[in-house]
Write a protein that binds this ligand. Structure first.
Ligand code: PLP
Length: 622
């Protein structure tokens, strides 16, 4: 558990059993219960689902929604805040139907609402929440159709709020409201001048793309007043970006937002709600730090900071705003993990360390061998550098046609042997700058049955780190330093940064694979953003998905099984029709029969193989 930092990033949900199995721990009425991921995987595989597999654990979603709402309840009670909290889940963070259905189910006791950023997301919200005052916050640019739908939703009984992102929306909203005879409920999204740290900070600051500038805000207020509709302005919205690592940044931004809220009250708007958007970070690294992949605060600290800031800045006891957050990442990140198997390994080990070039061998090879001997004794790094220089010279000779293939191979073996020996000489030591990548250069490549582009797009695009660990053998010390390559034939298709004791490292400690072993790794905290951002690079599609609910007795129920894309599905996305493909391939086979290149039974076998491929999984099938 220590090696993979499981207890640090696991948020209390992941641990290791005495048998060395990675476990998931979920809360129960009288404590908690642990189940091995391997046990869940066995159950899922017996139902014919395959690896790679996205595993959703319902209890973790339930627990996170509860923790979020309870954190605010506690902060409100501790501070005697006279107002309340309402959470809304931003649909963009994970739009999958099952996810939204579960969020609305687990969120019902807290009247947790939804945030929609497009027409399609508004339709999801309307289909998922009950029409009894459920809160729907509509962000994003809204055309007439979007506005009509939102106004109708108010007629039905939803508390549907249009957050004005641009002054151009207002005349359409006012005109449609008059035409349909439905009074809107409005919010304004302001651009705060506070900027924040982290990866996703482009939504903060006065140059941010979204929201109203100060003069636009004044213009909106004036137009509403002219239309005698200032009483429909109820909400102030701000969003500084996702994954904000520092609580001080959140506090400053919230204080600035409160000032806007107060000014809107002074202008005569019927303000009721202050919406701080997203930004509540997930501690992917488990360091509790201000690193962009961590956070320097707890959930309780976040809730307390917002409640305190509102109380200090908005002091009218008769009009305390309802505090809203649109926390997406924190709500769903823990809920999903991706399980994948290792299907091949490439090692960078010398075939035999004691390779000795004969007396007739090239002098540079003999020099390499003699320096290799000396690595153990004196100035190991200097000897190693000389070996590298010899190898470089030998490469040149090979290119010039003056060295044989076998001698070049011997040079490579000697270099690998020297690298290994040097690392053994300096375990855990910091190597000088020119040798710093040696550990990485000698790391084994474990080929994982996954597509980073499909399943971990943020790792590929922005270096987002997701914890990775084997699900079994955790009681055994792993002996191998490895990187993980994915199944796409793209050099970017790899997991190349891992969690270390402090910060990150370029290799992951993994176990030597026994022959035929089914070595399964899990990538954690992938519930937020990854499913929708994933793409079809090299035509690897959606993975199989299983949802489980863990019961209080330690058993589990598989509540949903979804098979991922077949090859035919994927080809369909790029406009190939499977039936047409089959017909064309049949014609090619028929031609071969006519030309006597294959016989009829062979034709049938070839066609069966083609058809099975179309129906099969896009990933590596064993
Ligand atoms: N609200 C808005 C308007 C957003 O754009 C986003 C995403 O960036 C969120 C909420 C969700 O943010 P987070 O996942 O950090 O909670």
């Amino acid at each position: 558990a220590e090696l993979y930092g499981i207890r640090r990033w696991g948020n209390g949900y992941f641990d290791v059993s005495a048998r060395g199995e990675l476990t998931v721990r979920v809360p129960t009425a009288d404590g908690s219960i642990q189940v091995a991921l391997a046990e869940i995987l066995d159950g899922v595989r017996q139902r014919d689902l395959r690896l790679p597999l996205l595993l959703r654990i319902e209890n973790l979603l339930d627990a996170q929604i509860t923790r979020l709402n309870e954190a605010f309840r506690n902060a409100i009670a501790e501070h005697d805040y006279p107002g309340s909290y309402r959470g809304v889940f931003p649909i963009k963070v994970n739009q999958q139907r099952q996810v939204i259905e579960e969020i609305t189910r687990f969120g019902a006791p807290y009247r947790h609402g939804l945030e929609a950023g497009s027409k399609a997301e508004l339709m999801i919200a309307l289909a998922s929440l009950p029409a009894d005052g459920s809160l729907i916050i509509c962000n994003g640019y809204k055309d007439r159709e979007f506005i009509d739908l939102g106004l109708r939703a108010r007629q039905l009984g939803f508390q549907c709020i249009f957050v004005i992102e641009t002054p151009a929306e207002l005349p359409v909203i006012l005109a449609r409201s008059r035409a349909l005879g439905v009074e809107p409920r409005l919010g304004v999204r302001v651009k705060l001048s506070t900027t924040v740290g982290g990866h996703w900070n482009l939504t903060s600051g006065e140059r941010s793309i979204f929201g109203l500038s100060i003069s636009q805000l004044v213009e909106v207020v004036d137009r509403l007043r002219e239309a005698e509709m200032l009483n429909t302005l109820r909400l102030l919205h701000c969003h500084l970006g996702s994954q904000i690592p520092q609580l001080d940044d959140i506090r400053s931004a919230a204080a600035e937002a409160c000032r806007f809220y107060q000014e809107l009250m002074n202008e005569g708007a019927a303000m009721e709600m202050i919406d701080f958007g997203g930004g509540l970070a997930v501690d992917y690294l488990g360091t509790g730090s201000s690193d962009s992949q961590s956070r320097d605060y707890s959930l309780a600290g976040y809730a307390a900071a917002l409640v305190e800031t509102v109380m200090t800045n908005l002091t009218d006891p008769d009009r305390p705003p309802t505090i809203i957050t649109e926390s997406g990442r924190e709500t769903v990140a823990y809920y999903s993990l991706l399980l994948f198997n290792i299907f091949d390994v490439t090692r960078f080990d010398p075939a035999a360390e004691g390779l000795i070039p004969g007396p007739e061998a090239h002098p540079l090879l003999r020099k390499m061998a003699s320096r290799l001997e000396r690595i153990g004794a004196e100035t190991p790094q200097q000897n190693y550098r000389e070996i590298v220089a010899c190898r470089d010279r030998l490469h040149e000779l090979f290119t010039a046609g003056q060295l044989s293939l076998r001698d070049r191979a011997l040079a490579q073996e000697l270099l690998l042997a020297a690298g290994r020996r040097l690392l053994r000489q300096s375990p855990g030591q910091q190597l000088p700058a020119d040798l710093q990548t040696l550990r990485e250069d000698l790391a084994a490549i474990y080929y994982g049955n996954l597509s980073v582009f499909q399943s971990l797009p943020d790792h590929w695009a922005i270096g987002q780190l997701f914890p990775v660990a084997p699900i079994r053998r955790l009681a055994e010390k792993p002996q191998c330093h490895a990187v993980i390559a994915d199944i796409t034939c793209d050099s970017d298709g790899r997991i190349s940064r891992f969690i270390a004791d402090r910060g990150t490292r370029a290799t992951l400690a993994l176990h030597e694979l026994a022959p035929g072993e089914d070595y399964v790794l899990a990538t954690f905290l992938v519930g937020a953003y990854q499913e929708t951002l994933g793409d079809l690079h090299n035509l690897f599609g959606d993975t199989d998905i299983a949802s489980v609910r863990i019961e209080a007795d330690g058993g589990f129920v598989i509540t949903r099984e979804d098979r991922g894309d077949s090859v035919a599905d994927l080809l369909g996305y790029v406009q190939y029709d499977a039936r047409e493909l089959k017909a064309r391939f049949r014609a090619t086979a028929e031609q071969a029969v006519r030309e006597n290149r294959i016989n009829l039974p062979q034709r049938q076998e070839i066609l069966a193989c083609f058809n099975a491929g179309l129906d099969g999984y896009s990933y590596f099938e064993t």
